[in-house]
Design a protein around this ligand. Structure first.
Ligand SMILES: [Zn+2]
Ligand SMILES: [Zn+2]
Length: 674
């Protein structure tokens, strides 16, 4: 009986179990050096080399294999022996089947890697591997309530969100061959947790979220109701006219939410109050659409808290006590790239980094008020904003590109990072992104798709920067062009298995330099794209990436390119001369945008100050929704319109009815727009 476990290990698995350097060297040596492979009846494989002898034991991890050399733990002889055994096994299969005289019979393909379910690993297997106490502790943790994101692929993955670690299963049915990014030796105590969680995932599902708690958390109905009542009042009076006592009441209610463990809803209240403040001080940071989104998001989350069906983890919807501003001691932060968010009057630049201990993604952010258009001053190009320093001698752009060793700082609930006063060390990095931590780093598009499909919409995810940031290894750039129609750069990228995804980068005159440079790098035959980091969004046609960085390999060296902040070395690039046309949008996208604007208008000025014109505009919105075939939305828009009209005709009619109709609509619009 051949050793299926050893045959199932791929090059990448061996890298995961040791490291890239050892695996590369061992692969070369396995081809060059002579080995004598014998397989004992017990299944133990012995491999004799000139410089060492290895014994690959049964039922233990690869790190527990024996080698006669002096190095501790996994040495390259063991990796070499696995490879020698695989060659040996395939040669003997050839001998056995070669009698037909088929000259084409190549070495048999390695064991077909089909998706499998780690839930099938038995409790007996776990009991034979772990000490009783370890298993009991794991069971207690499991029952205390954990949130896991599971993917049943050829190499299944379990991300324990509540413990910030990720377990990968490398060999079908064998818990010995697992890798976790925690500090424990393999197989770590998260493996049983993952196995039990996989058993809770519906058998037909390829991926999904599992919450393991038995008792659903309590629902603070009174607090939710009180907040909703205040929000309705603001909608009726309008943000522009809301008196200070009502805002003060909202602030106190936000504290109540926090006390009840509803961290994310409490954060939304804080954001609403910040928007209010910006409005009152005529700060450019006030954005009526943003205010409306916050007002809607809190209703979405309250709905998910009240009707807890178990399909969306309450940990995501509510947040946890650990989601607060925390002091960070020493940490190593690896730059991942940067993104620019630009809207009327304000530009935000965010540089993203991964904390190599926790795997959390954090952002260092700067907000810039753009010059008043009346002043005649041109807003600065994005590349100039990237040069703004965030610490001594380090700019936003260089931070996103290098790595930083810090001795102190703060991380907010949203995972914004505030660099402390203690000295930080900045270094360049060599972009060995194979070592970034999951779930940020995914193996391929299959895993990425499964993750995206199992996740709830953004408005129900943890309110952290980077929740939809991923790093994807890229095998090839299939096509790359500038689309006049959409005013964006479009590139088709493929992973190792040939699956494809679209990358898009929108055109901004202030970001034209970066866009041109991206286009010429993607089209250049001298540089090979190795990784892309970016926000991934699910669309009907598959995932779309909005990149924050691209890692290219050129003459053996890796470089990072930041599409938003980089300067163009090549001014003659063709993209800048491309004619720009009006982008084509799906008609319902434009409609939803208009609807959002009208909702924000109503929230700003108040339901009670609505005029005949408001009613006419809303009647028009109803008709448009009916025409575009948005049936569900049409019904909700009509409800708002009808109650606005009623209020115009009968001033004594209660405005609360309109506010409730508006909340129902806002929830659906926010969920549809995601
Ligand atoms: Zn050795
Ligand atoms: Zn672990």
């Amino acid at each position: 009986m051949p050793r299926q476990d050893l045959l199932a290990l791929t090059f990448d698995d061996l890298v995961t179990l040791s490291n890239r350097g050892i695996t590369k060297r061992a692969t070369q040596e396995a081809q060059d050096l002579k080995a004598e492979v014998t397989e004992e009846d017990t299944g133990v494989v012995q491999v004799i080399w000139d410089d060492a002898t290895c014994r690959l034991l049964v039922g233990v991890t690869l790190a527990q294999a024996e080698c006669t050399c002096t190095s501790i733990g996994m040495c390259r002889h063991i990796i070499r022996s696995v490879l020698a055994y695989q060659a040996h096994a395939s040669a003997s299969v050839n001998e056995a089947t070669d009698f037909g005289g088929d000259a084409n019979s190549e070495a048999p393909a390695p064991i077909a890697s089909k998706p499998w379910d780690p839930g099938a690993i038995t409790d007996e297997q776990l009991e034979s591997l772990y000490h009783k106490n370890t298993l009991r502790r794991a069971r207690t943790e499991f029952e205390r309530g954990q949130v896991l994101e599971l993917v049943r692929s050829a190499k299944p993955v379990a991300t324990v969100h509540s413990m910030s670690c990720t377990v990968r299963f490398l060999v079908p049915g064998d818990p010995n061959y697992t890798h976790c990014d925690c500090a424990e030796p393999a197989p770590c105590s998260h493996v049983p947790l993952a196995v039990w969680a996989f058993r809770l995932l519906e058998p037909a599902k390829e991926a999904g979220l599992v919450t393991t708690h038995r008792d659903p958390p309590s629902i603070p109905t009174d607090t939710l109701g009180a907040v909703e009542k205040t929000l309705a009042e603001i909608a009726i009076i309008g943000l522009a006219h809301t008196p200070a006592p009502i805002l003060e009441r909202l602030r106190r209610q936000g504290e109540e939410l926090r006390k009840a463990g509803l961290v994310w809803p409490a954060e939304i209240v804080d954001d609403i109050l910040l928007q209010t403040q910006s409005y009152q001080t005529h700060d450019a940071r006030f954005d009526p659409r943003r205010f409306a989104d916050l007002w809607s998001e809190i209703h979405v989350r309250f709905d998910a808290i009240r009707s807890d069906t178990g399909s969306i983890p309450q940990l995501f919807v509510r947040g946890a006590a650990s989601d607060r501003t925390t002091e960070v001691g020493s940490a190593r932060l690896i730059g991942l790239g940067s993104m620019v968010h630009s809207r009327q009057g304000v530009t935000e630049v965010e540089s993203y980094l991964q904390d190599m201990d926790s795997g959390l993604v954090v952002a260092v952010q700067r907000t810039f008020n753009d010059p008043d258009p009346a002043s005649g001053e041109d807003p600065r190009p994005f590349s100039k904003l990237g040069q703004v320093p965030v610490a001594k001698g380090v700019s936003l752009s260089s931070l996103a590109e290098g790595q930083m060793l810090i001795k102190g700082g703060k991380r907010t609930a949203r995972c914004e990072f505030i660099i402390g006063r203690s000295p930080a060390t900045f270094n360049p990095q060599s972009y060995q992104w194979e070592r970034l931590r999951p779930p940020l780093l995914v193996e391929n598009l299959e895993e990425l798709n499964a993750r995206l499909e199992s996740r709830p919409p953004q408005c129900l995810m943890p309110r952290r920067v980077g929740t939809n940031l991923f790093v994807l290894p890229v095998a090839s750039v299939e096509a790359c062009t500038y689309s006049d129609e959409y005013q964006e750069l479009q590139a088709v990228l493929a992973d190792e298995s040939g699956r494809q995804t679209l990358l898009t980068l929108p055109y901004f005159s202030r970001g034209a330099e970066g866009l041109n440079a991206t286009l010429s790098l993607l089209q250049s035959p001298e540089s090979t794209l190795k990784f892309v980091a970016g926000e991934f969004h699910r669309t009907a046609a598959g995932p779309v990436i909005h990149p924050i960085s691209l890692i290219f390999e050129k003459e053996g060296h890796r470089i990072m390119h930041q599409p938003w902040l980089s300067k163009s070395d090549d001014a003659s690039s063709n993209a800048s001369t491309t004619q720009i046309s009006i982008p084509h949008e799906a008609p319902w996208n434009a409609y939803l945008a208009r609807l959002s604007t009208e909702i924000s208008e109503l929230l700003l000025l108040g339901i009670d100050t609505s005029s005949d014109l408001t009613v006419r505009q809303w009647s028009d919105l109803t008709q448009q929704a009916q025409k575009s075939g948005l049936k569900n939305i049409a019904v909700l828009v009509e409800a708002v319109t009808r109650s606005l009209d009623e209020k115009r005709n009968t001033p004594t009619a209660p405005s609360t009815k309109t506010a409730a109709a508006l909340a129902n609509l806002a929830v659906v619009v926010l969920m549809t727009r995601m």
